[in-house]
Design a protein. Structure first.
Length: 267
């Protein structure tokens, strides 16, 4: 006040404020009068302003200003230069509006979707062998898929997603030999099987041996049989079940008794 000028001081200094407030306090500027609140017109539409602290819309008089959108600035000059020249531009404020605008600003409702944009269209550039995006309704313009087919550009085939397991279906597993563990895989995976088969393949358990082919019991050897040779009067070994054959002892007894052999029709 002694020099009748505003001096810059550190932030937080008692009594410090903006440059405009300082110039008003020093008597270098005339304070801007605050406009009186607008008188509501009978029958006029209500206007609302968002109370962000309470997250609700409140009815206010028409013409009520909202938050300041821009600071004080002169055209082509900095704020400080504009203040020094005594030029002042009113702060542009967002005025109160309809209840719908207020609810959108407060985040209480979703703004209505804008008009949908027309779908993108493409045209085949045969020289560069590519599809270029063109303005909607351009002659010979098509969708990207049709354009790629016309240009001979191979369309990448999307990878087939893994099969979704059917609820209640039997789980299948496959041996991860690197980690020595069984991992659940989708049904139909090559090499997959039951959990027991997987654990046996991974060597996590000893597989149950399968039933061996039964070995037939050894049969008793057929006893040797003999038959008397009438010319030599000796017992000779013959094939089993040969007519007139008998054990060696019986054959020796009968070989000395021709009448027995005659009765049996051997002569």
């Amino acid at each position: 006040k002694a020099k009748q000028q505003c001096e810059e001081v550190p932030a937080g200094t008692a009594g410090a404020g903006s440059e405009h407030a300082c110039r008003v306090e020093c008597g270098l500027e005339t304070p801007v009068p605050t406009p009186p609140p607008a008188t509501p017109v009978p029958g006029a539409a209500k206007v609302y302003k968002c109370n962000k602290a309470k997250q609700q819309c409140e009815a206010v008089p028409a013409g009520t200003a909202g938050r300041c959108r821009r600071g004080l600035r002169g055209p082509g000059r900095s704020t400080r230069a504009a203040w020094s020249a005594g030029w002042r531009r009113p702060c542009r404020r967002r005025r109160a509006g309809s209840e719908y605008d207020c609810e959108v600003e407060c985040g209480l409702t979703t703004p209505a979707p804008s008009t949908p944009q027309p779908a993108k269209v493409y045209q085949c550039n045969k020289a560069a062998k590519r599809c270029d995006e063109v303005a909607p309704f351009t002659a010979n313009s098509t969708s990207l898929v049709v354009c790629q087919a016309a240009c001979g550009i191979a369309t990448p085939v999307p990878a087939t997603p893994p099969a979704t397991p059917v609820p209640g279906a039997a789980k299948v597993y496959k041996c991860n030999k690197a980690a020595k563990r069984c991992e659940e895989v989708p049904a139909g995976t090559a090499g997959a099987g039951s959990e027991y088969d997987c654990e046996a393949e991974c060597g996590l358990l000893t597989p149950v041996p399968t039933a061996a082919t039964p070995v037939p019991a050894p049969t008793a050897p057929v006893a040797k049989v003999y038959k008397c040779n009438a010319e030599t009067q000796k017992c000779e070994e013959v094939a089993p079940y040969t007519a007139g054959s008998a054990s060696l002892e019986v054959c020796k007894k009968e070989c000395g008794q021709p009448e027995l052999r005659l009765l049996r029709g051997e002569y």
